[in-house]
Every structure is written in structure tokens, then in C-alpha cells.
Design a protein around this ligand. Sequence first.
Ligand code: ATP
Ligand code: MG
Length: 446
Amino acid sequence: MSESLKENAPLKADKVAKPQKLVGVKGMNDILPPDSARWEWLEGQVRSLMARYAYRNVRLPIVEPTALFVRGLGEVTDIVEKEMYSFEDRLNGEQLTLRPEGTAGLVRAVVEHNLLYEGGKRLYYMGPMFRHERPQRGRYRQFHQIGAEVLGFGGAEVDAELILLANDLWKVLGLKDVRLELNSLGQPAERQAHRAALIAHLEKHSDVLDEEAKRRLHSNPLRILDTKNPAMQSVVEAAPRLLDFLGEASLAHFNAVKAILDANGVAYSINPRLVRGMDYYNLTVFEFITTSLGSQGTICGGGRYDYLIEQIGGKPSPAVGWALGVERVLELIKEQGEALPDLTPDVYAIIPETAALPVAMQVLQTLRACGVSAQMHAGSGEGMGSMKSQFKKADGSGARFALVFGAEELAQGLVAIKSLRDGEGAQRTASLSTVADWAHSLQSTL
Ligand code: ATP
Ligand code: MG
């Protein structure tokens, strides 16, 4: 046997590593019951709303070539400078990155598969994103986004449609206390003129700029407006406004978005300092913000990105989209005191002896096929356990009924149904040959 094969041989019993408790990666959370029920509920609401707006789902890889994000998001961005989980593929040396956001990958896929061949597309995605940030409430290293993107249409009406869609989602989810901030970043030439004025202004106040701002002064001054440093707020507030540099066409686009929002009763405020984290935005940008989550209050952000498709090698096509942070939205739902979706099963099956298992499990299969949720008592491997302990588990499950598969009833082709919710513990029997007829009487009416 060769050396390498020997190395791969299973460890001998006496060489097995000592058991050791391992914990997950910092900032990457397990999503467990009962909380996961809220996730499933939210995802269900999103799917059904997306269908009503005729947006179609895409599922994309979590790993992409690093160059996609460097190119797509811009080199001088928080994400590319310091937040990406990048690594080399050990087998072929390729530079790869765990996706920090969804738009770049989606555009890559749209270009790669020529999806705009027959016209525009309305798409959405959901899934985990990865950013190496300092974990805190509302900020994690693995977090989840749901994103909606419209590609191939340049009109203000799709910007507005996306905002209406997000706004509807807050309604469906019962979110209160969410406000919309809107801005326009204009077109590259307009930004260029504004940029010169902005740099001049910031240079005048270079004494209050922090290290990051100084570094970005000439590479990405617009992003300085996005600073969270309180010491820089007054300088940033007095900075020249990009809105004042917009030409007629950009203003017309912005006004058209506003007119549709006004007509649909969607309230917003204009925030001239709203810029977004990625370089790819132009014209409309927006954020939905809540004051209920402390400093991590932005639940959704987006805007137009008419130059990204070309940047990633596609035929120039306009596009616009948004992404929401699932953790933050769920935190807001929790903050508002919404109850968790009900997870209790309708029935709990009590099985006194293992001999009853084949018949009992057949009955449970029929119940489930009829839409009843049924939890079966499971034994230790050495029998099913005492009736007392089984009834305790049945009570603990929250089920409305216990089905008791006792030998005596089974012998007569019957099963006992015991109510667990009314103090009396009312009991009746039902026939095993007509399960489908009485199944619905067990279903919770909640
Ligand atoms: P922030 O300014 O809070 O860092 P961002 O501008 O980096 O946000 P985007 O890249 O626009 O965020 O992502 C869209 C949404 O995804 C955010 O509005 C937020 O709700 C959520 N999000 C972003 N980063 C994280 C994170 N590390 N953990 C949890 N949610 C996040
Ligand atoms: Mg960020």
C-alpha cells in the first residue's frame, strides 16, 4: 500500500481524536426553531408578493470569482476594501469570494446566459451573504438578503414599481415605523462636476476629516458623505448637494419617480446626502429606515445601476433594484411584539407497545395526507416508554388531541382519541378503516 493511501485509511479506535466541543464561526448564526418559523413565514410572504408583481426567482452560487466584486462594486468601497471573505481555490489557484451582496452575481448570470435577449427581466433572490464586519445587533458576518432587480428597462416607472413592491412588503409583514428616503445621484458627468466642488469643500475642512475620509478624498469623495463619524457631520451637512448639479433629464427622471409615489400615497423624504455603499449606482437611490433598531436601522436599500451590466461585460442595459436585510426585518417584527407562527401539531400519537407501530404509522400517514399535522411518540430503542411519560410528552407538544394506539382498541379496529385541551380529557374512539373521513375533525381551526 502506498504512503498516501495509508494516510487516508480510517483511524484505528485507539487513535480516534478526543471528543471536543466545537462552536460555530463568530458572527454566523444558527437559525433554529421556533425562530425559523418566522423565517419561513417571511419567505412565504415574499414569494407570494413577488408572484403578484410577476417577478421570477433566481438561485445563484454563493461563491463567485473575486474579480466580479472588485469590478462590480468598486475598489474603494467598504466591502471590497475590508469586508470580503476571499480565498484561493486550493485545487486550481482561482481567486474566489463568498458573495457579499447579490447584485453583481445576478448581473453576471444575466449576462452569461444572455437573459435580456428577448427584453427586460424582473427577478428576485433570497439567500446568505458574507461580510467580515464587527458582529453586533443587526450586523452579522453571515446574514441574509432578499433582493429584487429589474433589468433592461430605463424608465422611472420601474424605479417606482420596485419602491411600491417594497412598500407593499412592509404592509404584508405588518411593519410599522418604516420611512423612505430618496435621492438622485444623477449621471456620471453630473457627478464629476459635483465631485470637484465636493473635494474643494472637504479640503477646506481637512482638519476634521478622519483617516478613512482623507484616504477617500480623491478616490471616492462621495462615499465620505455616508460617514457615520459624528465629528464629521457638520462638514458633511454643509457640503455641496449633488441634487443641485443635476441636469434636466436627471431631474425629470427623479420627478417622474416622485410623481408615481405621490399618486400612490407613498410618503418619502428627500435626503440629498443619501449615497449608497457601492459605486455602481446612478439616478434614483433610496433606503427604507426604521428608528426602532438603533443604529442598524436601514432595512432595505437600492437604486438604479445603469452602467453595471456593461462594466461586467454585457451589452449596455439599464437596471434598478433593491436588497433588504432579513435579520433586520425579522428583528423589527419581533420588536413590534408579533407572535411567532403557531407550530403545534394537531395530534400526538401515543403508542403503548412497539407491536402497534406498523398500524399506527399507517394511520399517521393517512392523517398527514389529509393535511393533519401529526407528531409520533418515538421510543428509546428499548421500548416506547411508560404511558405516563408519553402523555407528558403529548401535553408538552401542545397538540389538541392524543391518539392512543392501545392493543385492546386496535384488536377491534379502533383508535382512541383523547382531547388534551379541555380539562375533562374527553375521549372517543374512531374506526381505523375510515381514517380519511374523520381526519379533518382533528385539524386545528386556529
Ligand atoms: P450598512 O450601512 O448598515 O452597513 P450597507 O449599505 O452596507 O448597510 P447594503 O449593502 O445596501 O447595506 O445591503 C442591503 C441591506 O442588507 C442593508 O440595508 C441591511 O439591511 C442588510 N445588511 C447589510 N450588511 C449587513 C450585515 N452585516 N448584517 C446584517 N444585515 C446587513
Ligand atoms: Mg455595510
